[in-house]
Write a protein that binds this ligand. Structure first.
Ligand SMILES: [Fe+2]
Ligand SMILES: [Fe+2]
Length: 155
């Protein structure tokens, strides 16, 4: 995934990607009960990541001329990933090990493709178009919101 600069805004999002994919690596081979146990953390992280991209990152990109169709496509992919994740959870809850593992593997593939697209186009565009001041603002907004949530849940 290339080299990383810790002060980049996208580093927060890239860490999420790594974390999510690591959990999916496990889910693709785990027993249903373990998948159900993992899901609590995974679903929370996934929703938070998508929410921060949609509510904080994408509006800045749109302001800088990002094509509205690209944004809609990006959000539609988030929904497809969330739906597939619900399927993983349903299979796991029902104790259907093969189906749970297969859908977790499919989910991983979908997420990898989504992340590749972000790394190839969305984040580089943001890097080019969003000013350093705005990047600092994005970072503060994302970090501030997450810190508040973690404090609220005692995490
Ligand atoms: Fe995304
Ligand atoms: Fe992302």
């Amino acid at each position: 995934m290339g080299s990383r600069t810790p002060d980049k805004v996208w580093a927060i999002f890239e860490e999420d990607h790594d974390h999510l994919l690591r959990i999916l690596d496990r889910m693709a081979v785990e027993a249903p009960a373990d998948v159900v146990a993992e899901e609590a953390g995974f679903a929370g992280l996934l929703s938070r990541h998508f929410r921060d991209e949609e509510e904080i990152l994408l509006p800045f990109l749109e302001q800088h001329g990002e094509d509205a169709e690209n944004v809609r496509h990006h959000v539609a992919e988030h929904l497809a990933i969330l739906r597939l994740n619900e399927q993983v959870l349903e299979y796991a809850r029902a104790g259907l090990a093969d189906l749970a593992r297969q859908s977790a593997a499919r989910l991983r593939l979908l997420l990898v493709q989504h992340v590749e697209h972000e790394n190839e186009s969305l984040y580089p565009e943001a890097e080019r178009n969003v000013s350093p001041g705005e990047r600092g603002l994005i970072r503060n907004l994302v970090q501030g919101r997450r810190q508040q949530e973690d404090a609220g849940t005692g995490a």
